[in-house]
Design a protein around this ligand. Sequence first.
Ligand code: SAH
Length: 195
Amino acid sequence: MSVASIGEIVWVICIIAWYVVRYPFERRAKRVRVTSSRRSATDTIGLAAALLGLAILPAIYVATGFPRFADYPASPWMIGLGALIFVGALWTFRRTHKELGRNWSISLEIREKHQLISKGPYALVRHPMYTSFLLMGIGQMFLLSNWVVGLAGVLGFAVLFFLRVDKEERLMLEFFGPEYRAYMDRTKRIIPYLY
Ligand code: SAH
């Protein structure tokens, strides 16, 4: 078996694990009523970009090898590093879901009895779930030795993040006021102590 195909198999296992982590939270959150929604066309574009870059393009690549022209030789250390980063992403993703619980939404929404979470990973950064998406994108870059597919994940994440983050923080400020303002003063967005 080639080094490149080991990277592809690791990616497939990780992406299945990602959905196994998400599924139960998605089911539970659906039962909590949404009291205020800021879903917009822009947000749908962001979600589509993330889905395309982090799931659809890499899945097409693993299934068909397209776009082969952008392949480069895989190396064992890159696959190892990619696996480590992706596992870190999955661990972060699971922790954020456990902490956010019933307050989670796929888009920008306030749910009934919405609570401001600022514990666990949320004590370090305001958007640790988006940190986990960035880590997934970086993991994908190392696991799949193809320039186009490698960069697609991080790009997809960036489109979702930058289309959404200001609106999300505005929504939190509207809803939680000074409590969120104070939380903003003591945390960064996605990279602890940096950004
Ligand atoms: N941006 C966060 C949450 C992503 S899920 C993260 O990356 O971890 C998106 C939903 O979470 C939004 O609908 C918003 O209402 C809610 N949300 C964002 N930050 C929150 C917080 N600190 N506490 C509670 N809910 C939050």
